[in-house]
Design a binder for this molecule. Sequence first.
Ligand code: ZN
Length: 546
Amino acid sequence: MKKLVLVLCFLPLLTLAQSKRKQRLAAEKADATLLANLQKHVQYLADDQLEGRRTGTRGETMAMEYLVQYYQQLGIPAAGSNGYVQPFEINEGKKIDATTTWWVRDRELMVMKEYFPLAYSAQGSLASKPAMVLSEKGQPWFLDLKEILEENRNNPHFDVDEVIRKQAESVRTKGATALLVYNSTSITDNVQFNKNDKTTPSAIPVLYITAEGFRNHFSDPSASLPMELKVSISEKTRQAHNVVAFINNNAPHTVILGAHYDHLGYGEDKNALDTAHAIHNGADDNASGTAALMELAAMLKTKAPAGNNYLIIHFSGEELGLFGSKYWLEHPTVKISPNYMINMDMVGRYDTTHKLTVGGYGTSPVWGELWKTLPTTLRTHFDSTGSGPSDHASFYRANIPVQFFFTGSHADYHKASDDWDKINYAGQREVVKLVYNLIGAADTKGKLSFAKTAEPQVGRATFTVSLGIMPDYGYSGTGVRVDGVVPGKLAEKTGLQAGDILLQLGEFKFVDVMSYMQSLKKFNKGDKTQLRIRRGSEEKTFEITF
Ligand SMILES: [Zn+2]
C-alpha cells in the first residue's frame, strides 16, 4: 500500500513535467515556423523580380497580389474599397520631359541649369534664327525682365508670372513664335517651373533663361542665333494600392496595425542614397515590417485579445511622402473608432549595435504603464515623439496614440544593398512577439488617451532657420500646405494653422516644398522678414523674426 501511495503521489508531478516539456517543444516549434515564415515573405518581397516595389509599378502590384492572396488564405476578411485593395492616385504634377531640348549655335543648353520652359508653355518644336535685339514676325522674341522688376520693386501686388503670361499673349498677336525671358539684373524675379500649375497652356512656347544660361549663350545682343527648340511637358499621376484586412471582434474600438510595403524601385524618384541605377530591394525597408505585420495578423487570427478590433493596413506610397496612410485617413474604407496605431518600419536589423527603438512613447500616458509589465529579451530604446518619417506620423497628426517599431538605420539604408540575407530573422521574430504581447497588455485598458509630444528637429544640418511647420508633401496646389505646426516654434507663435498655404518669404515666392526649402536657405537667425500665406480665400501677411 505504502508503495502504491508513493507512486500515486509522483504521478501528477510526472505529468506536470511532461506537459511543461510539451509546452516548450510547441513554443520552439512555433518559433521555428514564425522565423521560417518571416524569411519566406522577406525573400519574396525583396526578390529582384519585384524590382524594388516602386509605387505605381508592376513590382508594387506583385507585392500587393502576394498580400491579397495571403489574407485570403488566412481567412481574414477584406476591408479595402475593392476587396482587400484600396487603390489611390498620386498626382506628381508636371514634369519637363527628357525630350525637351534647346540648341543655340550648335550648343545644347542644359535644362534647369541654363533654361527651363514655364509649366504653362506651349509644347512642340521650332527652328529659327532670331537676334536678341530684333523683334520680327515669325521669330522668337526676347524679353528682359529688367524694366518690369525695377518698376515694381516696391509693389506688393506685383506678380511676375502674370506679367510674363500677358506678354506671351501680346507678342504672339504681333507674330512672335516663342517668348524667351531673361533677367539681366540681380533683382530676384521668382520665375520658377511650377509643377503644380493648373492654368491653360499659352499659345507659344515660353522659356526662361537663367543667369548662367544668359552668360553662356546670349552675351552678344546683336548676334544672329540659329536655334532648334523642342518643348515637351507631361503631367504624371501614379496608381498606388493600400491592402486592408479586418479582424472584427465587434468591440467598440479598433487598433490599426500598419507597415508600408512600397520601396524605391531603381531609385527613379531620386530618393535613393546611392546613384546606381540598380534594383533597390528594400529587404529591411520595408519587406521586414510587411512580413512582421503578416505574421502578427496570423497570430491575431488564431488568438486575438477580444477588447479591440484589428485593422491591418499595408501602405503604399510611403517612400514618396506617406501617401498611403494619409489617403486612408482621408478616405477610410471601414467605419471605425480608432484606439491606437502600431507601425513597423525597418524591423530587420536588430543586433549588438542596433537596439529596438519604440517611438511614440509619449503619445499616451498608458504606454509607460504597459511597458513596465512587458518582459522581453530585446534591448529597447524609447522615443517619446509621435512624429517621424513614417506612416505612424499621419495617425499621430489625427490625434491617435501611436507606437513605432524600428531597429535603426544602417549603411544599406535606401541603397541597392538592402538585401534579404542581411536580415536578422530571429530578432525580427522577437519584435513580432513583443508587439503581440503589447496588444495583449493593452486589451483591458479600453480606449487609450492621447497626448501631444515634442517634435523632432528636422533638417537641422542644412538649415540655419526654420518656421517649425510640417509640410504636406501630398499637396498638389501652388505653395506649401501646412500639415501641422511644431509646438513652441516660430510658426505656432506666429499663429499659423494646419491648412494654411504658405506662398512667399520676403522677396522669395515658392511654388512647392522644394522651392520653399530653397528660400529658407536665404535667411539667417535673427533676420526679420514677411511671410505671405493664404488661409481659405483670404491672403495674410505676417511679420516674422527667425
Ligand atoms: Zn520605410
